[in-house]
Design a protein around this ligand. Structure first.
Ligand code: PEP
Ligand code: MN
Length: 334
């Protein structure tokens, strides 16, 4: 349930009303919008008398919210959330590129790629140190050494880092990682989500291979319910009956999520398609459909990459894709 307050309501009046709601066992989520302040009520609202609420002089209207996700709901928070990493903003009209290799492989590899994607306009560097591989015999990532190499690349280029966490016991290793990625396979690792909810770290939450948008939003809700609202959603393709592409990119997730939630939405065209040649068209389409950013795998030597070479762009290809995407973003602003 949300109570929309009349414009001009004073802070003291909002505080008094919040105390009253809390005394009835409800959690209160206050969102100060451009024109209206909205008080979102989380918990069992069945005993709240809507007519009584509507009679309170500072309340303009009361609306029920049947969706199970509350904090992530746009009805609770009509304005776009902007996730900030230093002076880099994602969401609310701020588009960003996250680019880098699937896995960190060596100091030369990660630093060389970082410099190239930065020059092409990427604000954030991605690189996997802990890799969720289907086969236990495949390269599992450089692990803690990989994190060190990412932090070295950050020190040398100034680029904030996005890297995947697979185990909550590794959280201390991610202290200086700027955005913690929860991969598709961990989207419903609720213990991990709860731990991330206790931090203020920005989280890039990827949609699971076979998860609905509602389930993605419920996973975001786990992080937000703990007090961390720095969540960026990522659509990375879902499993369908199609086999030519690695996954099927659900581009309609962009406008649908924008309607349902205030959280930023980023598209990963690399894992979505599994093929470098499909990354460019899907990246352009995602930008045109209103994505708040793109996460693209880029490798200096895709043919010899230790992970996901077939879907990795070369730095030259990324230059070209980034330039075209920027042109689309400019057109959308007109
Ligand atoms: C990744 O981004 O490196 C990754 C493993 O992605 P996903 O979880 O979407 O498969
Ligand atoms: Mn990958």
């Amino acid at each position: 349930m949300v109570a929309v307050l009349k414009p001009g309501t004073k802070k003291q009046q909002i505080d008094n009303l919040s105390v009253w709601f809390k005394s009835r066992g409800l959690d209160v989520h206050i969102s100060e919008g451009k024109t209206h302040t909205i008080i979102g009520l989380i918990g069992d609202t069945s005993k709240i008398d809507v007519e009584l609420l509507e009679a309170i002089d500072i309340i303009e209207s009361v609306k029920g919210i049947s969706d199970p996700f509350k904090s992530a709901n746009r009805k609770f928070h009509p304005d776009d959330t902007v996730v900030e990493i230093g002076d880099i903003k994602i969401g609310g009209g701020n588009f960003q590129f996250i680019a880098g290799p699937c896995s960190v492989e060596s100091p030369e590899q990660i630093l060389g790629i970082a410099k190239r994607v930065k020059a092409a306009g990427a604000a954030l560097l991605r690189g996997g140190a802990f890799k969720p591989r289907t086969s236990p015999y495949d390269f599992q990532g450089l692990q803690a050494d990989g994190i060190d190499l990412l932090l070295e690349a950050k020190a040398q280029t100034g680029m904030p880092i996005v890297s995947e966490i697979m185990n909550m016991n590794h959280l201390p290793l991610f202290e200086h990682i700027d955005i913690v990625q929860v991969g598709a396979r961990n989207m419903q690792n609720f213990d991990l989500l709860k731990e991330l909810g206790k931090t203020k770290k920005p989280v890039l939450l990827k949609r699971g291979l076979a998860n609905t948008l509602k389930e993605l939003l419920m996973s975001a809700e786990y992080i937000m319910a703990g007090g961390n609202s720095n969540v960026v959603l990522c659509e990375r393709g879902i499993r369908t009956f199609e086999t030519y592409t690695r996954n099927t990119l659900d581009l309609s997730a962009i406008p649908m999520l924008h309607e349902l939630t205030h959280l930023p939405v980023v598209i990963d065209p690399s894992h979505a398609t599994g093929m470098a040649k499909l990354v460019r068209p899907m990246a352009l389409a995602a930008a045109a459909a209103g994505a708040d950013g793109l996460m693209v795998e880029v490798h200096n030597d895709p043919a010899n990459a230790l992970c996901d070479g077939a879907q990795s762009l070369t730095p030259d290809q990324f230059d070209e894709v980034a330039a075209k995407v920027k042109a689309i973003i400019e057109v959308l602003k007109q």
